[in-house]
Design a protein around this ligand. Structure first.
Ligand SMILES: *Cc1c(COP(=O)(O)O)cnc(C)c1O
Length: 295
């Protein structure tokens, strides 16, 4: 029902929070883990009220959320779980696709993602009774030639995008392998550097190497995230403050949310930089990027 609460995290792309608000629901922000930047399951239950209807966790950077912990909590409190899996195409947990968890998982096929159809996406879900409704909703809510059953939008994928996806799908495994080599090269330079924190491989997870986030500790490292980003930009290297700022800090919400209530997310957002990462990034370029950072 309208006004129901949805537990989610603010360390994500704007649209995760917008999807909740645009459906007349109230986001309730939970903090994140300081190692993989996904939702901190130990903090979820304190946020549950009699208005809570769902949890919307995010598989950040392709790191899998604690899907088992989330499922336990959801079962206990009878909540739906809808994953933002925009970063997790091709990721597996215990040899199961990231698409298998929760009630539904939403993937993005935007041009910047590991697998893309230029624009587009897919929702994977368990409840077969939703097939017709979701199909209708993506097509203006039209159910038949003379029946508009729902208030829907235009979320169809066109044939051109679909053919782009079919082409790209053929290269997915080799793209992920090339990304893996880039990530391993980054690790070889930046591992064990004082003041630099990297994401470590997760147990039982097959990664898609979607992003390479680096978290800087200004005092220990000798330069801030922003200084490193500016220096890279001077050398025509595009790194991103991703995710910064938190979605809960958006001026669209007029200060309604207090970012201090998610201190880990706030801290990481102020110190994280995602470095260039794509399949055809040469290892020489990785070496050069790391040289600049370490200098
Ligand atoms: C890219 C992204 C989205 C949005 O995906 P679109 O396909 O552009 O709608 C949502 N959430 C996260 C975490 C993303 O990175």
């Amino acid at each position: 029902p309208k006004g129901s609460e949805v537990i989610t995290t603010p360390f994500t792309f704007a649209s995760t929070t917008h999807a909740i608000v645009r459906n007349g629901l109230e986001p309730v922000f939970c903090d994140i883990n300081s190692d993989d930047y996904t939702i901190d399951v130990t903090k979820i239950e304190d946020l549950i009220t009699d208005k809570t209807c769902a949890i919307v966790p995010v598989h950040v950077y392709g790191n899998m959320c604690d899907v088992e912990g989330i499922e336990r909590i959801a079962k206990k409190h009878d909540l739906k779980v809808i994953y933002d899996a925009a970063h997790a195409f091709g990721v597996e947990y215990k040899v199961k696709s990231s698409a298998c968890f929760g009630d539904a998982s939403m993937f993005s096929f935007h041009a910047t993602k590991v697998f893309n159809t230029i624009e587009g996406g897919a929702v994977c879900y368990h409840d077969d009774s939703l097939v017709q409704k979701l199909n209708d909703l993506k097509n203006f809510g039209i159910h038949g030639p003379e029946e508009v059953a729902y208030i829907g939008g235009n979320a169809k994928m066109n044939e051109f995008q679909a053919s782009m996806g079919i082409c790209n799908l053929r290269h997915l495994d080799s793209e992920i392998l090339k990304r893996k080599a880039v990530v391993e090269r980054y690790h070889s330079h930046l591992e064990n550097i004082e003041g630099i924190k990297l994401c470590q491989p997760q147990t039982d997870v097959k990664s898609n190497y979607a992003y390479f986030p680096v978290v800087f500790d200004e005092k220990a490292f000798g330069a801030s995230r922003n200084e490193v980003m500016d220096k890279l930009a001077e050398n025509d290297i595009g790194a991103r403050k991703y995710f910064y700022p938190l979605t809960s800090a958006s001026p669209a919400f007029n200060g309604k949310y207090n970012t201090a209530e998610t201190p880990v997310a706030l801290d990481i957002s102020e110190r994280v930089l995602t470095l260039p990462l794509y399949a055809d990034l040469s290892l020489d370029d990785v070496d050069r990027i790391c040289d600049i950072i370490l200098k």
